[in-house]
Design a binder for this molecule. Structure first.
Ligand SMILES: Nc1nc2c(c(=O)[nH]1)N[C@H]1C(S)=C(S)[C@@H](COP(=O)(O)O)O[C@H]1N2
Ligand SMILES: [Mo]
Length: 310
Protein backbone atom coordinates (compact mmCIF):
# COMPACT_ATOMS: atom_id res chain seq x y z
CA UNK A 1 0.00 0.00 0.00
CA UNK A 2 1.82 3.07 -1.21
CA UNK A 3 -0.66 5.81 -0.41
CA UNK A 4 1.21 8.23 1.83
CA UNK A 5 -0.34 9.87 4.84
CA UNK A 6 -0.80 13.66 4.82
CA UNK A 7 2.05 14.04 7.34
CA UNK A 8 4.51 12.75 4.78
CA UNK A 9 3.78 15.50 2.29
CA UNK A 10 6.85 17.19 0.88
CA UNK A 11 5.80 20.81 0.71
CA UNK A 12 9.18 22.45 0.07
CA UNK A 13 9.00 22.72 -3.70
CA UNK A 14 5.35 23.21 -4.38
CA UNK A 15 3.18 26.26 -4.77
CA UNK A 16 0.15 26.93 -2.56
CA UNK A 17 -2.10 25.89 -5.45
CA UNK A 18 -0.34 22.55 -5.69
CA UNK A 19 -0.55 22.03 -1.94
CA UNK A 20 -4.26 22.69 -2.08
CA UNK A 21 -4.68 20.13 -4.83
CA UNK A 22 -2.58 17.58 -2.98
CA UNK A 23 -4.64 18.02 0.19
CA UNK A 24 -7.80 17.56 -1.78
CA UNK A 25 -6.41 14.39 -3.34
CA UNK A 26 -5.58 13.07 0.10
CA UNK A 27 -9.06 13.77 1.30
CA UNK A 28 -10.48 11.87 -1.65
CA UNK A 29 -8.06 8.97 -1.35
CA UNK A 30 -8.64 9.09 2.41
CA UNK A 31 -12.35 8.68 2.02
CA UNK A 32 -11.68 5.68 -0.21
CA UNK A 33 -9.57 4.20 2.58
CA UNK A 34 -12.11 5.06 5.24
CA UNK A 35 -14.78 3.24 3.29
CA UNK A 36 -12.62 0.10 3.64
CA UNK A 37 -12.13 -0.32 -0.06
CA UNK A 38 -8.48 -1.06 -0.32
CA UNK A 39 -8.53 -4.49 1.23
CA UNK A 40 -5.23 -6.38 1.26
CA UNK A 41 -6.17 -8.66 -1.62
CA UNK A 42 -7.01 -5.76 -3.88
CA UNK A 43 -4.17 -3.47 -2.88
CA UNK A 44 -2.87 -1.75 -5.98
CA UNK A 45 0.57 -0.27 -6.32
CA UNK A 46 -0.78 3.18 -6.97
CA UNK A 47 1.31 6.21 -6.16
CA UNK A 48 0.18 9.75 -5.69
CA UNK A 49 0.44 12.20 -8.55
CA UNK A 50 1.22 15.76 -7.53
CA UNK A 51 1.14 19.30 -8.83
CA UNK A 52 -1.94 18.90 -10.98
CA UNK A 53 -4.23 21.58 -12.24
CA UNK A 54 -7.82 20.88 -13.15
CA UNK A 55 -8.41 21.14 -16.86
CA UNK A 56 -11.02 23.54 -18.15
CA UNK A 57 -12.47 20.59 -20.06
CA UNK A 58 -13.73 19.09 -16.79
CA UNK A 59 -17.40 18.55 -16.05
CA UNK A 60 -18.66 19.91 -12.73
CA UNK A 61 -20.98 16.95 -12.09
CA UNK A 62 -20.62 14.91 -8.95
CA UNK A 63 -17.80 12.39 -9.18
CA UNK A 64 -18.60 8.68 -8.97
CA UNK A 65 -17.10 7.28 -5.73
CA UNK A 66 -13.58 5.84 -5.97
CA UNK A 67 -14.94 2.48 -4.84
CA UNK A 68 -17.27 2.21 -7.85
CA UNK A 69 -14.70 3.53 -10.31
CA UNK A 70 -12.23 0.84 -9.22
CA UNK A 71 -14.50 -2.16 -8.55
CA UNK A 72 -17.14 -1.89 -11.30
CA UNK A 73 -15.06 -2.37 -14.43
CA UNK A 74 -15.02 -3.76 -17.91
CA UNK A 75 -11.63 -5.30 -18.64
CA UNK A 76 -12.25 -8.66 -20.31
CA UNK A 77 -8.56 -9.60 -20.12
CA UNK A 78 -9.30 -10.16 -16.41
CA UNK A 79 -12.80 -11.65 -16.65
CA UNK A 80 -16.24 -10.66 -17.86
CA UNK A 81 -17.95 -9.85 -14.54
CA UNK A 82 -17.80 -6.26 -13.35
CA UNK A 83 -16.03 -7.34 -10.17
CA UNK A 84 -13.45 -9.57 -11.93
CA UNK A 85 -10.88 -6.91 -12.94
CA UNK A 86 -10.49 -5.57 -9.38
CA UNK A 87 -9.98 -9.12 -8.13
CA UNK A 88 -7.72 -10.40 -10.90
CA UNK A 89 -5.73 -7.51 -12.35
CA UNK A 90 -3.01 -7.70 -9.69
CA UNK A 91 -1.16 -10.12 -12.02
CA UNK A 92 -0.53 -7.28 -14.49
CA UNK A 93 3.08 -6.08 -14.37
CA UNK A 94 3.25 -2.43 -15.35
CA UNK A 95 7.06 -2.08 -15.15
CA UNK A 96 9.04 -2.26 -17.30
CA UNK A 97 6.53 -1.00 -19.86
CA UNK A 98 6.98 0.53 -23.27
CA UNK A 99 4.59 2.20 -25.69
CA UNK A 100 5.60 1.98 -29.34
CA UNK A 101 4.41 4.91 -31.44
CA UNK A 102 4.82 3.77 -35.03
CA UNK A 103 3.46 3.45 -38.56
CA UNK A 104 2.91 6.41 -40.87
CA UNK A 105 5.03 8.90 -38.91
CA UNK A 106 8.32 10.70 -39.56
CA UNK A 107 9.71 10.06 -36.07
CA UNK A 108 8.56 6.71 -34.68
CA UNK A 109 9.52 6.24 -31.06
CA UNK A 110 9.39 3.55 -28.41
CA UNK A 111 8.61 5.34 -25.17
CA UNK A 112 9.56 3.98 -21.80
CA UNK A 113 6.53 4.64 -19.61
CA UNK A 114 8.48 6.60 -16.99
CA UNK A 115 10.06 8.83 -19.64
CA UNK A 116 6.59 9.39 -21.07
CA UNK A 117 5.24 10.36 -17.65
CA UNK A 118 8.03 12.92 -17.29
CA UNK A 119 7.71 14.31 -20.80
CA UNK A 120 4.07 15.35 -20.76
CA UNK A 121 2.53 17.47 -18.01
CA UNK A 122 -0.42 15.71 -16.46
CA UNK A 123 -3.61 17.53 -15.52
CA UNK A 124 -6.87 16.46 -13.99
CA UNK A 125 -9.84 16.01 -16.32
CA UNK A 126 -13.21 15.10 -14.87
CA UNK A 127 -15.05 13.27 -17.64
CA UNK A 128 -18.28 11.38 -18.07
CA UNK A 129 -17.81 7.78 -19.22
CA UNK A 130 -20.83 6.14 -20.88
CA UNK A 131 -20.72 2.38 -21.32
CA UNK A 132 -22.60 0.88 -24.25
CA UNK A 133 -24.31 -1.37 -21.69
CA UNK A 134 -26.37 1.59 -20.41
CA UNK A 135 -24.53 2.88 -17.35
CA UNK A 136 -22.27 5.85 -16.80
CA UNK A 137 -19.79 7.30 -14.31
CA UNK A 138 -18.01 10.60 -13.73
CA UNK A 139 -14.30 9.97 -13.33
CA UNK A 140 -11.49 12.35 -12.38
CA UNK A 141 -8.71 11.24 -14.71
CA UNK A 142 -5.11 12.33 -14.67
CA UNK A 143 -3.75 12.57 -18.17
CA UNK A 144 -2.48 14.61 -21.07
CA UNK A 145 -3.78 15.27 -24.57
CA UNK A 146 -3.05 12.47 -27.03
CA UNK A 147 -2.43 15.29 -29.53
CA UNK A 148 0.76 16.26 -27.63
CA UNK A 149 2.25 12.83 -28.26
CA UNK A 150 1.00 12.74 -31.86
CA UNK A 151 2.63 16.07 -32.71
CA UNK A 152 6.00 14.74 -31.56
CA UNK A 153 6.01 11.82 -34.00
CA UNK A 154 4.88 13.93 -36.99
CA UNK A 155 2.30 11.84 -38.83
CA UNK A 156 2.77 11.66 -42.61
CA UNK A 157 0.07 12.31 -45.20
CA UNK A 158 -0.80 8.60 -45.14
CA UNK A 159 -1.80 8.71 -41.47
CA UNK A 160 -5.59 8.83 -41.56
CA UNK A 161 -6.37 6.64 -38.55
CA UNK A 162 -4.76 5.70 -35.26
CA UNK A 163 -4.84 2.14 -33.91
CA UNK A 164 -4.38 1.33 -30.21
CA UNK A 165 -3.29 -2.09 -29.02
CA UNK A 166 -3.51 -3.48 -25.48
CA UNK A 167 -0.82 -5.76 -24.05
CA UNK A 168 -1.14 -9.37 -25.23
CA UNK A 169 0.19 -11.73 -22.56
CA UNK A 170 -2.06 -14.58 -21.47
CA UNK A 171 0.35 -15.33 -18.59
CA UNK A 172 -0.55 -11.99 -17.02
CA UNK A 173 -4.06 -11.70 -18.41
CA UNK A 174 -6.09 -14.83 -17.64
CA UNK A 175 -9.02 -13.69 -19.79
CA UNK A 176 -6.79 -13.95 -22.86
CA UNK A 177 -6.72 -17.72 -22.37
CA UNK A 178 -10.41 -17.69 -23.35
CA UNK A 179 -11.86 -16.83 -26.72
CA UNK A 180 -14.32 -14.22 -25.48
CA UNK A 181 -12.61 -11.64 -27.74
CA UNK A 182 -10.02 -11.94 -30.50
CA UNK A 183 -6.86 -10.83 -28.62
CA UNK A 184 -5.15 -8.47 -28.30
CA UNK A 185 -7.82 -5.85 -27.69
CA UNK A 186 -7.52 -3.17 -30.35
CA UNK A 187 -9.34 0.10 -30.93
CA UNK A 188 -9.07 2.98 -33.33
CA UNK A 189 -9.87 6.61 -34.00
CA UNK A 190 -9.83 8.82 -37.06
CA UNK A 191 -6.77 11.09 -36.90
CA UNK A 192 -8.88 14.22 -36.24
CA UNK A 193 -10.68 12.44 -33.39
CA UNK A 194 -7.33 11.41 -31.94
CA UNK A 195 -6.05 15.00 -32.24
CA UNK A 196 -9.13 16.49 -30.59
CA UNK A 197 -8.25 18.24 -27.30
CA UNK A 198 -10.82 16.13 -25.39
CA UNK A 199 -8.98 12.90 -26.24
CA UNK A 200 -6.44 12.04 -23.57
CA UNK A 201 -3.97 9.41 -22.56
CA UNK A 202 -4.83 8.77 -18.91
CA UNK A 203 -2.16 7.68 -16.45
CA UNK A 204 -4.12 8.13 -13.23
CA UNK A 205 -7.44 8.72 -11.54
CA UNK A 206 -8.45 10.35 -8.27
CA UNK A 207 -4.96 11.79 -7.91
CA UNK A 208 -3.23 8.38 -7.99
CA UNK A 209 -1.58 6.42 -10.77
CA UNK A 210 -4.08 4.13 -12.51
CA UNK A 211 -5.15 1.00 -10.67
CA UNK A 212 -4.50 -2.02 -12.90
CA UNK A 213 -8.22 -2.70 -13.36
CA UNK A 214 -8.60 0.75 -14.91
CA UNK A 215 -5.90 0.17 -17.50
CA UNK A 216 -2.52 0.81 -15.89
CA UNK A 217 -0.08 2.15 -16.75
CA UNK A 218 -1.67 4.10 -19.62
CA UNK A 219 -5.00 4.02 -21.46
CA UNK A 220 -6.96 6.16 -23.89
CA UNK A 221 -10.03 8.12 -22.78
CA UNK A 222 -12.42 9.45 -25.45
CA UNK A 223 -15.29 10.98 -23.48
CA UNK A 224 -17.85 11.49 -26.26
CA UNK A 225 -17.74 7.84 -27.36
CA UNK A 226 -18.85 4.63 -25.72
CA UNK A 227 -16.39 3.40 -23.10
CA UNK A 228 -15.11 0.50 -25.18
CA UNK A 229 -13.26 2.97 -27.45
CA UNK A 230 -11.04 3.79 -24.47
CA UNK A 231 -8.52 0.94 -24.72
CA UNK A 232 -6.62 0.02 -21.58
CA UNK A 233 -2.96 -0.87 -20.86
CA UNK A 234 -1.71 0.26 -24.26
CA UNK A 235 1.57 -0.99 -25.72
CA UNK A 236 1.24 0.29 -29.29
CA UNK A 237 -0.12 3.36 -31.04
CA UNK A 238 0.05 2.92 -34.79
CA UNK A 239 -0.77 5.40 -37.56
CA UNK A 240 -2.39 3.81 -40.58
CA UNK A 241 -4.12 4.68 -43.84
CA UNK A 242 -7.07 2.25 -43.63
CA UNK A 243 -9.70 2.24 -40.90
CA UNK A 244 -8.36 -0.26 -38.36
CA UNK A 245 -10.34 -3.28 -37.17
CA UNK A 246 -11.44 -3.07 -33.54
CA UNK A 247 -11.87 -5.88 -31.02
CA UNK A 248 -15.59 -5.31 -30.58
CA UNK A 249 -16.09 -4.66 -34.29
CA UNK A 250 -14.54 -8.05 -35.08
CA UNK A 251 -16.70 -9.74 -32.44
CA UNK A 252 -20.05 -8.21 -33.49
CA UNK A 253 -19.84 -5.77 -36.45
CA UNK A 254 -23.58 -5.06 -36.49
CA UNK A 255 -23.52 -4.01 -32.82
CA UNK A 256 -20.27 -2.06 -32.43
CA UNK A 257 -19.49 0.31 -35.26
CA UNK A 258 -16.19 2.12 -35.70
CA UNK A 259 -17.53 5.54 -34.67
CA UNK A 260 -19.27 4.44 -31.46
CA UNK A 261 -20.34 7.98 -30.70
CA UNK A 262 -22.79 8.12 -27.84
CA UNK A 263 -26.02 8.65 -29.75
CA UNK A 264 -29.32 8.16 -27.88
CA UNK A 265 -31.17 7.99 -31.23
CA UNK A 266 -29.32 4.92 -32.45
CA UNK A 267 -30.32 1.83 -30.50
CA UNK A 268 -28.00 -1.05 -29.94
CA UNK A 269 -29.66 -3.90 -31.90
CA UNK A 270 -30.58 -5.59 -28.62
CA UNK A 271 -31.48 -2.60 -26.41
CA UNK A 272 -32.27 1.11 -26.39
CA UNK A 273 -29.56 3.72 -25.87
CA UNK A 274 -32.00 6.50 -24.93
CA UNK A 275 -31.36 6.35 -21.19
CA UNK A 276 -28.57 5.48 -18.81
CA UNK A 277 -28.04 4.77 -15.13
CA UNK A 278 -25.39 6.86 -13.45
CA UNK A 279 -23.68 4.41 -11.11
CA UNK A 280 -24.81 5.18 -7.56
CA UNK A 281 -28.14 6.69 -8.66
CA UNK A 282 -31.50 4.98 -8.68
CA UNK A 283 -33.41 6.70 -11.47
CA UNK A 284 -32.19 6.59 -15.02
CA UNK A 285 -31.40 9.80 -16.85
CA UNK A 286 -31.70 10.74 -20.50
CA UNK A 287 -28.59 10.05 -22.49
CA UNK A 288 -27.15 13.11 -24.21
CA UNK A 289 -25.90 13.23 -27.79
CA UNK A 290 -22.12 12.77 -27.85
CA UNK A 291 -22.35 12.04 -24.11
CA UNK A 292 -22.92 15.78 -23.56
CA UNK A 293 -19.79 16.85 -25.45
CA UNK A 294 -21.65 17.89 -28.63
CA UNK A 295 -20.59 21.55 -28.50
CA UNK A 296 -16.98 20.47 -28.73
CA UNK A 297 -17.16 17.51 -31.13
CA UNK A 298 -20.27 17.70 -33.34
CA UNK A 299 -18.33 19.49 -36.08
CA UNK A 300 -16.12 16.43 -36.54
CA UNK A 301 -19.12 14.60 -37.98
CA UNK A 302 -20.69 17.29 -40.14
CA UNK A 303 -22.26 15.81 -43.24
CA UNK A 304 -21.98 12.23 -41.96
CA UNK A 305 -24.98 9.97 -41.54
CA UNK A 306 -24.59 8.94 -37.89
CA UNK A 307 -27.12 6.13 -38.27
CA UNK A 308 -25.01 4.53 -40.97
CA UNK A 309 -21.75 5.47 -39.30
CA UNK A 310 -22.83 4.31 -35.84
N1 LIG B 1 -8.11 -3.69 -23.17
C1 LIG B 1 -9.37 -3.40 -22.82
N2 LIG B 1 -9.79 -2.13 -22.79
C2 LIG B 1 -11.06 -1.82 -22.44
C3 LIG B 1 -12.01 -2.84 -22.16
C4 LIG B 1 -11.54 -4.20 -22.21
O1 LIG B 1 -12.29 -5.17 -21.96
N3 LIG B 1 -10.23 -4.43 -22.54
N4 LIG B 1 -13.31 -2.51 -21.84
C5 LIG B 1 -13.80 -1.22 -22.34
C6 LIG B 1 -15.12 -0.85 -21.83
S1 LIG B 1 -16.46 -1.70 -22.44
C7 LIG B 1 -15.30 0.19 -20.96
S2 LIG B 1 -16.86 0.71 -20.52
C8 LIG B 1 -14.13 0.89 -20.34
C9 LIG B 1 -14.25 0.84 -18.83
O2 LIG B 1 -13.23 1.60 -18.22
P1 LIG B 1 -13.14 1.63 -16.63
O3 LIG B 1 -13.22 0.22 -16.13
O4 LIG B 1 -11.83 2.27 -16.31
O5 LIG B 1 -14.30 2.46 -16.16
O6 LIG B 1 -12.89 0.31 -20.70
C10 LIG B 1 -12.79 -0.09 -22.07
N5 LIG B 1 -11.43 -0.50 -22.39
MO1 LIG C 1 -18.29 -0.40 -22.01
Amino acid sequence: MLIKKPGELQTADVTPQEIYLQRRDFMRAGSALAAGLLLPGMAQATTRLTGMVKSRYSTSEEETPYKDVTTYNNYYEFGTDKSDPAENAHTLRTRPWTVSVEGAVKRPRVWDIDALLKAFPVEERIYRLRCVEGWSMVIPWEGFPLASLIRQVEPTGNARYVEFTTLHDPAQMPGQRSGVLDWPYTEGLRLDEAMHPLTILAVGLYGQTLPSQNGAPIRVVVPWKYGFKSAKSIVRIRFVEQQPKTAWGRAAPSEYGFYSNVNPQVDHPRWSQARERRIGEFFKRKTEMFNGYGDQVAQLYQGMDLRKNF
